[in-house]
Every structure is written in structure tokens, then in C-alpha cells.
Design a protein around this ligand. Structure first.
Ligand code: ACO
Length: 367
């Protein structure tokens, strides 16, 4: 059975930064409250033309460049997102087109902030089964588009961004190890976007009552998160045959510093074992774990051979943890750089559209 290694990683965030002081100019809040209650100082917010697909594509190009592969080598693209471009088509397919990943299947996965963990596990299992060799995992969010900017209990929390991993098959032991995935739909109402789906299709009423925005019971989510983070970390570590003391780093979902501190207390581990960067990005939902990973590697806190656990929780309710032996980049002998594919992918997409029109004209459209 092949192993699934993380051989590429990348991130992308919008340029625009919104500080706590900026927020306090249009909503009744202040920097002191936000810092003390959440640990967040600022977040990045998508501007015009920036969407979950564009951010996801930018992060994906970084990851495939790091892995030293070409977009055409991808067999599968899994995009975890709670802020997809549309109900359908899948954001994964839009990214597939922007990458020119002409040999890849693509689908979205919806498990909120736990989604990146679920998606890595799905990709790794597809590799381990022998069904595919190279998988791109993307976590991308523009939750700023679903936030009620008048609701101070939610709008201070979220930021936009994307992260991506490339997983590759290898005979070398290591890479993705134990994973646990949990859910409890009985807590679904604690964190939701009530309208816009089939239960409450968009209407004048849903719009006027703000049902298309994120609704959250912060206290319940907080209680749930502090309960499950340490437990899931222990489960994934044990499933990998490791002990908690062997872990070089834990990369938790970046929702609230107080939740991460509670997980550290639960695990009886010092805070320096935890990667924290939510002060600069806020809660980027499913993108928070890959963004924190990219920064952990860049700052030298995560090195080849290290044992790491990713742990997250989110709407659903969902939670999970995944253990991995960090692989590091593999040397590549490719001359063509993956980012050179960007204009080719655009041209390819235009040509395919033209061909479809010509096909319709010359070979008929009717049944
Ligand atoms: N600025 C100033 N005051 C505020 C703000 C604000 N932004 N928001 C609330 N307050 C006030 C409240 O009105 C309240 O005042 P009162 O005591 O006079 O009534 C007081 O601060 C306490 O408010 P609570 O909402 O009770 O504060 P709480 O301790 O629950 O903290 C928080 C709120 C930070 C949101 C916390 O509940 C939390 O972090 N929950 C977890 C949320 C989370 O992680 N969500 C993402 C999940 S991941 C996903 O799936 C997307």
C-alpha cells in the first residue's frame, strides 16, 4: 500500500487588511475587547474580483510549485469551502479550469472549519487505495461575503484566505498517519447560514430577516470547541501509534486564542507546541490550518521528519484531527514552472468554449 506524503503547500490572502480599530468605526466594538476575547488583531478581506476560486487558485499554484509538479499531473482536486462561488458548479471545478488541470476529477467538500482535515484524509485514502497518485487539497474561504457587518458577535471573527496541500503517493514510509473525523448534527443550529439552501430558498423575507448571513451561538460553539480539541488530538496521535510527547507541533484551527489555550491545558502541553497566527488572519475557517502550516514551515517551526497533528472543529457540528510525519519538499527536475500554466490555462479554457460553440453549429444541438 503506498503512503501519502504532503509534498507541496501554499497560501493566499487578499491584500486588504481590516484592523480591530477599522471595525470599531462602523460597529460597536473596540480593539481591547476583540484582543482579550479572541486574540485577533486584524484580518484580510477579499476585494472586488477576489473570490474563493481566485484565492484557492493562487494558493494551489504555490503548492504545486513547491511540489515541483505540473497541473496536468493532478489526478484529483478536493476543495473544502463553506463559502463556495455557487451552490453548483463546484468551486473545485472552477479552480481546475484556472489551473489547466486537464486530467483531474474535482469536487467540493463541506465540513466547515474541519473541512481541510476531512479533505486531506479523503485525498490520502484515495492515494492509499491505489486509485490516484497526486491530489490537490484546497481550503478556501471568503466568509466576509456571508457576514452581517452589523452583527458585532460574528463580524469581528472571520477573515478571508486560502491554503493548499499537494499529496503524492510514495513507497517511502511516513506522510499522512492516523485521522479521526467526528460529527454531531444535533448542534447544527449553533452555527449556520439558515437561508439560501433548499430548506429556505432565497426570498424577500429571508433577505429582510438576514437569514442569508452567518448565525452563531458563540457560547455553545466555544463550549463544544474546548471540549473536543484535546480529545481529538489524543485520538489521532494514539491511532498513529505515537505518544503526545513525540509531537513537534500541533496546528489547530485558528478560531480563538482562548480555545487553543484550553486545548493546551487539556493536553497538558505548553503553548509553544501550538502554532498560532490568528492575530493576523482571524478565523479563515477551513483555510486556517493550511495557512498556519505554511507559516510554520516558513518560520522553521515545522521541519522534515517532524510529527505534527492538525486539529479542528466547526459548523455541523464537525471536528477531527489528523497526524502526519512532515515530508518536506521533494527535488524536481521539471523545466516548466507550474505558474507558467496560468495564461495557458486561460487560453485552454477559452478554446474549449469556442470548440463547444463550433461543435454545436456544425454537429447540431438538438436531440
Ligand atoms: N465588542 C464588544 N463587546 C461585545 C462584542 C464585541 N465585538 N461582542 C459581544 N460583546 C459583548 C456582549 O454584548 C456581552 O455584553 P453584556 O455582558 O453586556 O451582555 C459581552 O460582550 C459578552 O458577550 P458574549 O457573546 O457572551 O461573549 P463570549 O464570552 O461568548 O465571547 C466569542 C464571544 C468571542 C464570540 C466566543 O463566544 C467565541 O469565540 N465563540 C466561538 C466562536 C467560534 O469559534 N466560531 C467559529 C467556529 S468555526 C466555523 O465553523 C466557521
Amino acid at each position: 500500500m503506498p503512503y501519502a506524503h504532503i509534498t507541496g503547500w501554499g497560501m493566499a490572502v487578499p491584500q486588504k487588511v481590516l484592523t480591530n480599530d477599522d471595525l470599531s468605526k462602523f460597529v460597536d466594538t473596540n480593539d481591547k475587547w476583540i484582543r482579550e476575547m479572541t486574540g485577533i488583531h486584524e484580518r484580510h478581506i477579499a476585494g472586488e474580483g477576489e473570490t474563493s476560486a481566485t484565492l484557492g487558485t493562487d494558493a494551489a499554484y504555490e503548492a504545486i510549485k513547491m511540489a515541483g509538479i505540473l497541473p496536468t499531473e493532478l489526478d484529483l482536486i478536493i476543495c473544502s469551502t463553506s463559502s463556495p462561488e455557487h451552490i453548483f458548479p463546484a468551486t473545485a471545478c472552477l479552480i481546475q479550469d484556472k489551473l489547466g488541470a486537464s486530467n483531474a476529477g474535482a469536487f467540493d467538500l463541506s465540513a466547515a472549519c474541519s473541512g481541510f482535515i476531512y479533505a486531506i484524509n479523503m485525498g490520502a485514502q484515495a492515494i492509499k487505495s491505489g486509485s490516484v497518485k497526486t491530489v490537490l487539497i484546497i481550503g478556501t474561504e471568503t466568509l466576509s461575503r456571508f457576514v452581517d457587518w452589523k452583527d458585532r458577535s460574528t463580524c469581528i471573527l472571520f477573515g478571508d484566505g486560502a491554503g493548499a496541500f499537494v499529496l503524492q503517493a510514495s513507497d517511502k514510509p511516513g506522510g499522512i498517519m492516523g485521522c479521526v473525523m467526528h460529527s454531531d448534527g444535533s448542534g447544527g443550529e449553533f452555527l449556520s447560514v439558515p437561508a439560501g439552501g433548499s430548506a429556505h430558498p432565497a426570498s424577500e423575507i429571508t433577505l429582510h430577516t438576514g437569514q442569508h448571513f452567518i448565525h452563531m451561538n458563540g457560547k455553545e460553539v466555544f463550549r463544544f470547541a474546548t471540549r473536543v480539541m484535546a480529545q481529538a488530538t489524543i485520538e489521532a496521535t494514539t491511532k498513529s501509534g505515537w505518544k503526545e510527547e513525540e509531537l513537534a507541533l500541533i496546528i489547530p484551527h485558528q478560531a480563538n486564542l482562548r480555545i487553543i489555550e484550553a486545548a493546551a491545558r487539556g493536553l497538558k502541553m505548553p503553548m509553544d507546541k501550538f502554532m498560532v497566527n490568528l492575530d493576523r488572519y482571524g478565523n479563515t475557517s477551513t483555510a486556517s490550518i493550511p495557512i498556519a502550516t505554511v507559516e510554520a514551515v516558513a518560520s522553521g517551526r515545522l521541519k522534515a521528519g517532524d510529527k505534527v497533528v492538525f486539529v479542528g472543529f466547526g459548523a455541523g457540528l464537525t471536528w477531527g484531527a489528523l497526524a502526519a510525519e512532515w515530508s518536506g519538499p521533494v527535488p524536481s527536475d521539471h523545466f516548466i514552472k507550474p505558474e507558467w500554466f496560468r495564461p495557458w490555462a486561460r487560453l485552454r479554457s477559452i478554446l474549449r468554449r469556442i470548440l463547444r460553440i463550433l461543435d454545436g453549429i456544425f454537429f447540431g444541438r438538438g436531440a
